[in-house]
Write a protein that binds this ligand. Structure first.
Ligand SMILES: C[S@@+](CC[C@H](N)C(=O)[O-])C[C@H]1O[C@@H](n2cnc3c(N)ncnc32)[C@H](O)[C@@H]1O
Length: 471
């Protein structure tokens, strides 16, 4: 039954049927259209109010939950619902895995339209909280107010915040007291930085006026116990800068890398910034199977390191190396997969577009005493060409781990041209992976598929596919 209000519609007693793209759930309106609803769980029965109407679907929000799904669980985080970071915290972990696996299957089936083997069961993460090794928090003097604060009479004076952007609101920051994603001492560091800054009248960034001292705080942790902290300042005020950095270094002796940057640009990305070392080393170490990887402030490293190990093991297993193979590792980043499989290969060639990452890959390989890996820098669609193959040889096994957009068509064409016996395709976006598999279907058969969950409490999922050349 539908009651109409202006242009918003209320549908009552609607069943939530599925969990869809971007972690939003799916229900069906009485007129047959799909309704996308966040913050609910499949199995809930809800009253929903729409706020957007499109030809094929509505977007809405639950205004009442009539009955709760058996797959619901109590979110552990006090910020759940406002933060937007862990959308599935209200769903049991086994059920999260079920929907992740389903999404991969649907993408490969519907977009890829390729013949599929039976999936190997999704590999869940042992750590379902405190699994992330990198968090970035923003300072703001425009704290997001709670509904209670807004409804209470009187002015709110304290508007300083250190936390996360409210989804789709670039200038509003949710103050975070406890985040369940990064292990200790992440919460303590953030909360102590905030307390010290407020007590010492250090100015939090004003995102509208572009003024203030404190802009962002990045914390990186490693399974080795090392900790990196980077504060991004807007004002170039040495006295205040040293005040807070000295405080941090004394209060948290476990920080092995203390860095800062002064950035007066419009945006706060660090990639084009000159990072300054204040104390310790400019990098921390991560370790995996005895291999050491140095991570600096700008390095990419898989954000769930324990589960990255599982992902790499699946990748190595799918590659089925015997020690005699020439292996290519496309989109190698800092060469972690290349080094991880190198003991079981004759030679590994890694290719990546970020020069710093390749410099680190070489340095890490040297430090790990690996001498059968070579790394090359450049845009894949340009570097990975006939000349490159003539120089380095046709690989027996090609591992590819592209960014979310998947592989460029020229890269896919080149793979088809050289046609290695095996391709192991690691992907963080099974929709683009499915598109690429479709392009390769005439030459390659999908023989193994195993999704791996790197990001519990979110809808994100990695997927590993083994392709073998058709005979
Ligand atoms: C998903 S990451 C994979 C990193 C690595 N395999 C790992 O596990 O750490 C994708 C990598 O592709 C690189 N990349 C993105 N676009 C590229 C391009 N056009 N050519 C080469 N590398 C690219 C990124 O810099 C990034 O390091």
């Amino acid at each position: 039954m539908a009651r109409k209000t202006t242009d918003k519609i209320i549908f009552q007693n609607v069943d939530v049927l599925d969990a869809g793209a971007k972690g939003v759930c799916v229900a069906k309106a009485p007129d047959g259209k799909v309704i996308f609803v966040p913050n609910v769980v499949p199995g809930d029965n809800i009253d929903v109010q729409t706020f957007k109407k499109r030809k094929a679907y509505y977007e809405g929000k639950a205004i009442k939950i009539n009955s709760y799904s058996e797959f619901r669980t109590e979110p552990v985080c006090q910020h759940f619902g406002s933060c937007g970071g862990c959308k599935w915290q209200n769903m049991e972990y086994d059920r999260q895995l079920y929907y992740k696996q389903n999404e991969v299957f649907n993408h490969l089936k519907r977009i890829g339209k390729v013949e599929l083997p039976e999936f190997e069961p999704i590999l869940g993460s042992e750590e379902q909280y405190f699994y992330r090794n990198k968090m970035e928090f923003s300072f703001s003097n425009a704290r997001w107010l709670t509904e209670k604060e807004i409804s209470t009479e009187g002015e709110v004076n304290d508007r300083n915040a250190l936390g996360f952007h409210i989804p789709r609101m670039w200038d509003k920051i949710l103050d975070i007291e406890k985040c369940w994603l990064q292990p200790d001492p992440s919460n303590d560091i953030r909360n102590e930085v905030r307390r010290f800054a407020i007590e010492n009248n250090l100015a939090f960034f004003n995102p509208r006026e572009h003024e203030g001292l404190l802009r962002t705080l990045m914390i990186r942790t490693a399974t080795t116990g090392e900790v990196m902290v980077l504060i991004q300042f807007f004002d170039d005020n040495q006295t205040e800068r040293e005040l807070i950095l000295d405080f941090l270094s004394e209060r948290f002796p476990q920080i092995t890398s203390l860095l800062y940057v002064v950035n007066q640009k419009a945006n706060d990305t660090l990639y084009d910034q000159d990072i300054q070392l204040y104390k310790g080393r400019d990098h921390i170490f991560e370790e995996m199977e005895g291999l050491k990887f140095a991570i600096n402030a700008k390095s990419f490293y898989q954000t769930n390191p324990q589960q990255a190990y599982e992902l790499y093991k699946v990748t190595r297993d799918f590659a089925g190396l015997t020690g005699n193979e020439l292996v290519y590792d496309l989109y190698t980043g800092t060469g972690t997969i290349a080094q991880f499989v190198s003991k079981k290969a004759k030679k590994v060639i890694g290719v990546e577009s970020v020069p710093d990452a390749i410099a680190e890959a070489k340095e890490n390989a040297r430090r790990n005493n690996i001498d059968n890996c070579e790394f090359f820098v450049g845009d894949m669609k340009t570097v990975f060409n006939d000349t490159f193959i003539a120089q380095h040889g046709v690989p027996d096994v090609l591992i590819t781990d592209p960014p979310r957009d998947g592989m460029h068509k020229d890269v896919v064409d080149m793979i088809l041209k050289i046609a290695p016996e095996k391709v192991v395709y690691v992907s963080c976006n099974s929709a683009t992976q499915a598109r690429d598999l479709a392009l390769m279907d005439e030459t390659y058969k999908v023989v193994r598929v195993r999704p791996v969950d790197m990001f519990p409490q979110t809808h994100h999922v990695e997927n590993v596919v083994l392709l073998e050349k058709r005979q």
